[in-house]
Design a protein around this ligand. Structure first.
Ligand SMILES: Cc1cc2nc3c(=O)[nH]c(=O)nc-3n(C[C@H](O)[C@H](O)[C@H](O)COP(=O)(O)O)c2cc1C
Length: 216
């Protein structure tokens, strides 16, 4: 029973699969899509949840979870408030890292690269696809700023709901997407006895991907 165990006694042996340099696909985006499909097929909760780590100009690091909303040849897209703490970091330093943890599959994917804003039209298209309530919420919340009470948030929400009750809700200028353009992608598969498999892809000077095995 986990409840009675001490933290240091929690231990799981990983046995579900393996990864070899020859078995993985040559392009890490294709390999990511394959693993993502498998995470979807396994019906994991929010398989598109990923930890995003950023750092400000002084090298102070912060991390939070965001949702992957698009993955294509450019990289990994998520949406957020352009005035948030993370966006302030990104203004100062575009280098960032992402981590997906698919524990039920004993898998982790780590990605490093640079962040860029997606074109405004792309943010518009995604914003239009969101439920109305989420669209209003994007206007309501001054993300990462201190607020006095939860009620103020609700009052704000209600006022905006009223304002837009008979019209389409435009995308707030301070809300949109970022794409992380990867320079490194690592696939981790848990193996028995802590001898895990790690395959790292690194983008080389010819814009192609080299891959190597790392020690666990
Ligand atoms: C499962 C999950 C999904 C989330 N998705 C997003 C998201 O897509 N975009 C976003 O801005 N915040 C998202 N958040 C909230 C962020 O973790 C974070 O609280 C927020 O972006 C403010 O971060 P910041 O102050 O570091 O900028 C999510 C949180 C969780 C737990």
């Amino acid at each position: 029973m986990n409840k009675k165990k001490k933290l240091f006694e929690l231990r799981k042996n990983y046995t579900q699969g393996g990864l070899s340099l020859h078995q993985v696909l040559p392009d890490p985006m294709a390999q990511f899509n394959l693993w993502f499909e498998q995470a979807m097929f396994a019906e994991l909760i929010e398989p598109n949840a990923m930890t995003l780590a950023t750092s400000n100009a002084l090298g102070k690091v912060s991390a939070r979870v965001v949702l992957l909303k698009e993955v294509d040849e450019r990289g990994f897209v998520f949406y957020t408030n352009y005035n948030s703490r993370k966006s302030q970091d990104i203004e100062e330093n575009p280098n960032a890292a992402l981590v997906f943890l698919w524990l039920e599959l004993e898998r982790q994917v780590r990605i490093e690269g640079k962040l860029e804003k997606v074109p405004p039209e792309e943010s518009d298209t995604y914003f239009k696809s969101r439920p109305r309530e989420s669209q209003i919420a994007a206007w309501t919340s001054d993300q990462s700023k201190e607020i006095e009470t939860r009620e103020k948030l609700f009052d704000n929400f209600s006022a905006l709901k009223e304002k837009y009750k008979e019209s389409q809700i435009p995308r707030p200028p301070h809300w949109g997407g970022y794409v992380l353009k990867p320079s490194e992608v690592e696939f981790w598969q848990g193996r028995p006895g802590r001898l895990h498999d790690r395959i790292l892809y690194v983008r080389n000077d010819d814009n192609r991907w080299d891959r190597k095995r790392l020690a666990p």
